[in-house]
Design a protein around this ligand. Structure first.
Ligand code: NAG
Ligand code: NAG
Ligand code: NAG
Ligand code: NAG
Ligand code: NAG
Ligand code: NAG
Length: 681
């Protein structure tokens, strides 16, 4: 019987005492492990923002005072779509059941980006530490249920029984009070060290306790998934203050990240970076403290040969973010902390309240506006000019990279992309996302979780750990020295260690040029709760007290009404690999840069702006057909009428990529008319 705890301890002890012998000591029983090896599938799951709510009551009121906990209203069996209510346990269970039935055997790991407790949105039922802990434990238990090993497999260790790695992250609602995360070690790092013990590798436990950051070798020796505690970067966390001072946990986390990414580079490994709050930063909204954004963005640039992708949640809205390295302050590039007050930019810190549809609307518009300023890849223009039989207009290029100097060479290395997945909690519809990545050239067969964790232990020596500790102690001493100096002189510019860039000979990383581990696409799944809940409400014009949304002005059922939900299922909303509008060959930075520009309406393609009369009719017929199917009636007259009126105005599909992007941002819960009105497409 294999017992990994014992093996690791003995391996580490042996490694420390007798390294030569230890290296010959097999860590695992190879005979047994051959039959237990897991297959790589080239797919992984991201789930985010579950927000389970044990107080959810079916057919309660969805307004602010009801909060889906009391009163009489339209809260459906599997959740109240397009409301601010949290997820009923039925939705959590149905989601895990679906994952078990449809995904479990075809994914390689799970990225779980936080917010695994209900919101603090009901004055009558305030949250407490025990509740927040229990809700997180509930989700851990569900992961166990789904990804537990078969009972008949030989295994005598009760603490690690998952068939694939699951990598969790702190959300801003996973702590109390929400958003406030102090420097570690603290109550929460301790608590989650316990709740997440099956997920955090033994050697990472110490650094996790320092602030909730860690990484897992999701594919041993090939790919690490780094879980950042984004709350140390988060503007709404008033317990910390950015990333410029050495005493700040944000500073420490970035320093830790630099050391890990360098270590991974040295081992010729790649990394996926994950966190909860994404680095959103537009004219009017910035999620992160600017000092953190600046250094993080520099890190992403310096380790662009290592980083496969960066994945976040939190905003509930399906979108992506483009980071431009040219916006990193020259002082930061040179290794000086910025002490300027960046809030002069007039940015609004993310508000305490939820990111609602109104703020999402202005945010998406700002996002689009910023994309109109993106430089265009010269090669694209040339290719198009060539097609039209025109000659190259600009100055004659000397080499292939000259074509694209503006975007950082032909791989667009001036930029990086953050992917933001929408949520399970049905602010719109519940969603989950499955990424596909290139597994060419990787060992297709991997040891199972137990063994790969023990391999991990073998690769990280106690010496690595000691070095890191020493670094940290040295920094504390630096900090003390600085404090003393400060008393005498005015503060001077503080220096930090700038991460090393990729070596000159290093080929571009997987986020830039297609290769092993490059993300090839994702499938966005959604559950249509309107259909699944199967509640047909009567309209009631006098019921104005309900919040705007799908249920506005609906009359609640009688007290004794029983729910009749249909079978729960997630369906494909879109698949980037086959989607005609996005037309993404892969998820490389360059592919996304093009998409961002098409969404912004710069460089539109013919197919983006114009639709033949036949095409438009087809689209409308499709919509009418769907409406017919789903609602049992079609308002043809309205559609026909609208079409006539629209001929003079812009067509609602005037910018197809923008229209599609907005539709998807709200998980297809907005009516085309509303999109047209709000977003002017
Ligand atoms: C959800 O699943 C758990 C088992 O994991 C079960 O105990 C619980 O009753 C289920 N709840 C609902 C509402 O389906
Ligand atoms: C964002 O800020 C710009 C100016 O900085 C302003 O023109 C614009 O209206 C703002 N957008 C929103 C949605 O508030
Ligand atoms: C996958 O990676 C291999 C080599 O690493 C490369 O040859 C191939 O083109 C990649 N496939 C795709 C679809 O990008
Ligand atoms: C939908 O609900 C109605 C009652 O409102 C019920 O008769 C019907 O069977 C339900 N549909 C399904 C597919 O369960
Ligand atoms: C719903 O699920 C049940 C049990 O799995 C199955 O027997 C039934 O046919 C399904 N109904 C529909 C409409 O798919
Ligand atoms: C969801 O279902 C409702 C009711 O069946 C339907 O009207 C709506 O078009 C569906 N939406 C999506 C995005 O599937």
């Amino acid at each position: 019987m294999f017992c990994w705890r014992a093996s690791i301890v003995s391996a580490l002890v042996l490694a420390a005492l007798e390294p030569a012998r230890a290296s010959q000591e097999p860590l695992v029983d190879n005979g047994a492990s051959i039959t237990k090896r897991r297959q790589l599938h080239g797919r992984f799951l991201q789930v985010t923002d579950f927000h389970p709510d044990p107080f959810y009551k079916v057919y309660s009121s969805i307004d602010e005072t009801g909060a889906c906990h009391r009163g009489h209203g339209p809260a459906g069996y599997y959740g109240a779509e397009t409301s601010d209510c949290d997820s009923p346990i039925s939705l959590v269970n149905a989601t895990f059941d679906w994952i078990r039935d449809e995904l479990k055997d075809s994914i390689d790991f799970v990225i779980w980006t936080g917010d695994s407790a209900r919101h603090d949105n009901d004055e009558k039922i305030p949250r407490n530490v025990q509740q927040v802990t229990q809700l997180n434990q509930l989700l851990v238990d569900k992961f166990y249920e789904v990804f537990a090993k078969n009972q008949d497999e030989p295994d005598d260790d009760p603490t690690n029984d998952l068939v694939v790695p699951v990598i969790p992250t702190f959300g801003n609602n996973d702590i109390l009070p929400h958003n406030i995360f102090e420097r570690g070690p603290n109550l929460w790092t301790r608590r989650y060290l316990d709740i997440w013990r099956p997920f955090i590798p033994e050697v990472q436990k110490h650094s996790f306790d320092q602030g909730g950051w860690f990484y897992v070798e999701a594919i041993p020796n090939h790919l690490a998934v780094v879980s950042l505690n984004s709350l140390y970067f988060f503007n709404s966390n008033s317990a910390v203050d950015g990333c410029a001072a050495k005493s700040e946990p944000g500073y420490r986390q970035l320093d830790w990240l630099r050391i890990q990414l360098q270590y991974l580079r040295d081992r010729n490994m790649k990394a996926i970076i994950t966190g909860h709050v994404p680095p959103a930063r537009t004219a009017n909204k910035s999620n992160w403290d600017e000092t953190c954004w600046q250094k993080y963005t520099l890190w992403m640039h310096q380790y662009r040969d290592v980083i496969v992708a960066t994945l976040y949640g939190h905003m509930n809205t399906d979108h992506f973010i483009v980071q431009d390295f040219e916006e990193v302050d020259q002082d930061v590039v040179d290794g000086y902390e910025i002490i300027k007050n960046y809030n002069n930019r007039g940015m609004v810190a993310a508000a305490d309240q939820q990111f609602g549809i109104q703020s999402a609307t202005s945010y998406l518009k700002d996002l689009r506006k910023s994309w109109t300023k993106l430089p265009k890849p010269q090669a694209d223009e040339d290719a198009e000019a060539l097609k039209k039989g025109k000659k190259h207009k600009g100055k004659k290029p000397h080499g292939p990279d000259d074509y694209d100097a503006e975007i950082g060479g032909r791989y667009a290395e001036r930029f990086s992309i953050s992917h933001v997945s929408p949520s399970v909690v049905p602010n719109y519809f519940p969603t989950i996302r499955v990424y596909e990545y290139n597994i060419t050239g990787l060992d297709k067969k991997l040891p199972r979780t137990n063994e790969h964790i023990s391999e991990l232990y073998a690769t990280e020596t106690p010496e690595d750990e000691r070095n890191f500790e020493e670094d940290m102690i040295a920094e504390d001493e630096d900090l003390e020295a600085e404090r003393k100096k400060k008393k005498k002189k005015k503060p001077k510019k503080h220096r930090f260690t700038v991460p090393k860039p990729p070596s000159k000979s290093a080929p571009p990383g997987p986020a830039y040029s297609p290769q092993s581990l490059t993300l090839l696409g994702f499938v966005q799944y959604y559950a249509n709760l309107t259909r699944i809940n199967n509640d047909s409400f009567e309209d009631d014009a006098e019921q104005q007290r309900w919040k705007d949304g799908k249920h506005h002005g609906k009359k609640p059922f009688d007290e004794d009404h029983k729910p009749h939900p249909t079978n729960f299922t997630y369906e494909v909303l879109y698949d980037t690999r086959s989607d005609k509008v996005y037309d993404l060959e892969d998820l490389t930075t360059r592919s996304y840069l093009r998409l961002a520009q098409r969404i912004a309406g710069m460089k539109p393609r013919k197919s983006d702006v114009q639709m033949s009369e036949a095409g438009l009719e087809e689209l409308e017929a499709d919509e009418a057909f769907n409406a017919d199917e789903d609602q049992g009636h079609v308002d043809i007259t309205k559609k026909k009428h609208k079409k006539k009126g629209d001929k003079k105005k812009k067509s609602p599909k005037g910018n197809k990529p923008w229209y599609t992007f907005v539709r998807r941002a709200f998980v297809d819960t907005l009516e085309p008319d509303d999109i047209e009105e709000e977003f002017g497409v």
